[in-house]
Each structure stands twice: as structure tokens, then as C-alpha cells.
Ligand binder design. Structure first.
Ligand SMILES: [Zn+2]
Length: 168
């Protein structure tokens, strides 16, 4: 991706996350509204992480990250089949990321990037399922710090060091 485009995309990604989380924190939205606000923020998070770790896998990562939430459908329909004892359905576990890695590194990257955002909310992620259903969480501030760091990194010219600070 061209440098200017990457710079813009990085800024857009941060803005999408900020706006989504601001709106989400404002009121109790309906489930479909939450999904509409949350998915773009997942896509933005995944883009930032994929750009930093493996830009060539970005399309597969985006696809997997978006599709991952399809495992919420049974719960939304009132079935517990995909989330017995886990904080979120089984697609949202460390085991699922490992299983995906056997099939596609890009898909595994996308699923892992999706979990980074889910780890930062109140529900958390049962990373160690099926060994343990206990939910893990990371502080929201850490997630935002990560997003900002990755955005700054993505906006930098490829391979170039950070610009030197002027002497005081
Ligand atoms: Zn999710």
C-alpha cells in the first residue's frame, strides 16, 4: 500500500475505534446496533495489527476477524451450544486461533487480532478454553495504547526509523 494511503488508513482506523467506543459507551444499544458499531472497530483493529505483523496477510485476516463473530449467532438465537462454560463462543478462544493457524496463518492472525479488542471489554475472552472457562481481560487503556502505537508505526515510511526529535 502506498505511503500516503497507509497514513490515511492508519488515521481512519484510530478514528473508527474512537468513534465506535465513544458511541458504545453512550447508551445501551440494541444487539444489532452494537454489532454495527463493533464490527468496523474490529476491522480497524485487525488492520492495524496485520499491517504491523504481516501486511501480506491483511485481506485474510480482515475476513477471518469479521467472520469470527458469526459464532455469536446461536447464542443470539437462544442456544448455548457454542459457548458452554466459555465467556464467548468457542471461535473466541486461544484453541480456535491455534486450530485456524493449521489452516491459514492469515485467518489465525485475524482471529487473534479480533480477540485483542474483545479482551478489552467487560466480558473478556476465555483464552485457555477448554482447559478453563475463566475470562481474561486487558485494560481498555492498554488496547488504546496498542492501537495508537500501531497506527503511528503504520503511518511511518516502510523501513525508515522514527524522525529524530529536534534538540531542546
Ligand atoms: Zn467477537
Amino acid at each position: 500500500v502506498a505511503q500516503t494511503t497507509r497514513k490515511r488508513a492508519a488515521a481512519v482506523a484510530v478514528a473508527v475505534i474512537a468513534v465506535a467506543d465513544l458511541l458504545l459507551s453512550r447508551r445501551a444499544w440494541s444487539r444489532p446496533a452494537i454489532a454495527l458499531l463493533d464490527e468496523p472497530a474490529h476491522a480497524a483493529t485487525t488492520w492495524l495489527i496485520a499491517q504491523a505483523l504481516a501486511p501480506q496477510h491483511t485481506p485474510a485476516a480482515q475476513l477471518a476477524s469479521t467472520l469470527l463473530d458469526a459464532d455469536h449467532v446461536p447464542s443470539e438465537l437462544g442456544s448455548d451450544v457454542l459457548r458452554r462454560g466459555a465467556a464467548r463462543p468457542f471461535g473466541h478462544t486461544g484453541a480456535a486461533v491455534v486450530a485456524l493457524a493449521l489452516v491459514s496463518r492469515g485467518a489465525a492472525l485475524g482471529a487473534a487480532a479480533h480477540l485483542v479488542r474483545d479482551l478489552a471489554d467487560d466480558v473478556g475472552v476465555s483464552l485457555a478454553w477448554p482447559l478453563s472457562g475463566r475470562a481474561q481481560r486487558i485494560p481498555r487503556g492498554l488496547y488504546y495504547a496498542l492501537a495508537l502505537t500501531l497506527a503511528a508505526r503504520a503511518a511511518r515510511p516502510t523501513g525508515a526509523p522514527a524522525p529524530p526529535r529536534p534538540a531542546p
